[in-house]
Design a protein around this ligand. Structure first.
Ligand code: NDP
Ligand code: F7E
Length: 323
């Protein structure tokens, strides 16, 4: 017990294993469900937020007692972009602490064999070394716009570690970089940058607007990973990794927000100008993760940002615009 190991498990071989994917209607959870089903893992236990509120401890416990899943993938959380994180700090810390504490503890007490917790690249210090290695955790002050969410996510990593140390229980953590893809949240203010811009450019194109407002200075750097690559990594980790340390999950490719805006503009086909609203926060100047530990185990991301944008815009037009 202790340091990183990579065991072979029967996660992929036991096709009848019961798997609870928490948050299966979200960006990440829905991609994980698609991936599991494509691999023949179809004994999935799924509950929408309205069927089971994961902040309610006794409901969560009753659910685990009744369903007894063998594996748990925790992709339910209060999630949002820079504006939402900055505006609703109480929600981001309280809801996330409640969901993850309830799910992790009930999973342990009801005999779950293995659990994967998802954090985020915002756990690292604002001015962490780049690319950010896993051991940069807790080495400096956090980015103020999302420190409440980050503290909850750090607590999730630590809770998985504590249960492994005290009980030798197989709880692991993956830290994804900024994600995008089908089933993303396209809310105009509360979403992340990529879906927010996709929607804004699309509406500007339809309305024949001359310009689109983009937040901040355009200079921050961000690393983007298509959610289908993340789902692939999640299955890979469930199958191959059982270690104490959290592992980064990134594409290794970064762009400035200005470059991202140009790429989204091109994918959508908007032909007007960009206007920068510098009254909006930039957030962390750069957060490229060092994913070499995961890559060293044999996982490789496959979807380029250009291809991923085309795929996501097609999904947006077919599923959000046409509704
Ligand atoms: N999106 C990103 O760029 C990144 C995401 N992550 C992590 O990935 C995970 C999934 O994020 P993502 O898919 O983007 O988020 P989404 O907002 O798309 O999905 C979150 C899911 O959690 C569910 N949920 C929220 N609150 C509750 C609750 N109280 N009870 C039950 N279910 C609840 C939501 O249900 P409902 O919609 O019905 O409320 C939804 O299905 C999170 O842990 C997040 O931190 C990490 C890095 C980047
Ligand atoms: C995944 C990660 O996501 C959040 O952090 P973030 O990386 O800063 O996320 P973001 O996607 O919201 O912004 C990225 C950049 O883009 C700029 N930007 C331009 N125009 C829009 C815009 O229209 N919307 C948004 N949201 N940002 C915009 C914005 O000003 C910023 O410089 C965390 O809070 C936390 O949730 C977390 O873990």
């Amino acid at each position: 017990m202790g340091g990183p190991t990579h065991d072979s498990s029967d996660f992929l071989t036991d096709k009848s294993a019961k798997i609870f994917v928490a948050g299966h209607r979200g960006l990440v959870g829905s991609a994980i469900v698609r991936k599991l089903q494509s691999l023949g893992l179809t004994n999935l236990v799924l509950r929408s937020h309205s069927e089971l509120d994961l902040t309610r401890q006794s409901d969560v416990d009753s659910f685990f007692a009744a369903e007894k899943p063998q594996y748990v993938i925790l992709a339910a959380a209060k999630v949002g972009g820079i504006h939402a994180n900055n505006t609703y700090p109480a929600d981001f810390i309280a809801i996330n602490l409640q969901i993850q504490t309830n799910v992790i503890d009930s999973s342990f007490r009801h005999g779950v064999k293995k659990l994967l917790f998802l954090g985020s690249s915002c756990i690292y210090p604002k001015l962490a070394p780049q690319p950010i290695p896993e051991n940069a955790l807790l080495t400096g002050p956090l980015e103020p716009t999302n420190e409440w969410y980050a503290i909850a996510k750090i607590s999730g990593i630590k809770m998985c570690q504590a249960y492994r140390i005290q009980y030798n229980w197989d709880a692991i953590s993956g830290m994804p970089t900024n994600l995008y893809g089908p089933n993303d949240n396209f809310h105009p203010e509360n979403s992340h940058v990529l879906p927010a811009l996709m929607r804004r450019f699309h509406e500007a194109k339809v309305n024949k607007a001359k310009e689109v407002v983009v937040w901040g200075t355009g200079s921050p750097l961000r690393e983007f990973l298509h959610v289908d690559d993340l789902a692939d990594a999640v299955v890979f980790l469930m199958d191959k990794y059982s270690g104490l340390e959290h592992l980064n999950v990134g594409s290794g490719k970064e762009v400035t927000i200005k470059e991202l805006a140009e790429l989204v503009k091109e994918a959508v086909g908007f032909e007007g100008e960009l206007v920068w609203d510098t009254s909006k926060p930039d957030g962390t100047p750069r957060k490229l993760m060092d994913s070499s530990k995961l890559l060293g185990l044999g996982w490789v991301p496959k979807i380029s940002l250009k291809d991923g944008l085309v795929d996501t815009y097609k999904w947006y037009v077919e599923n959000v615009v046409k509704q």
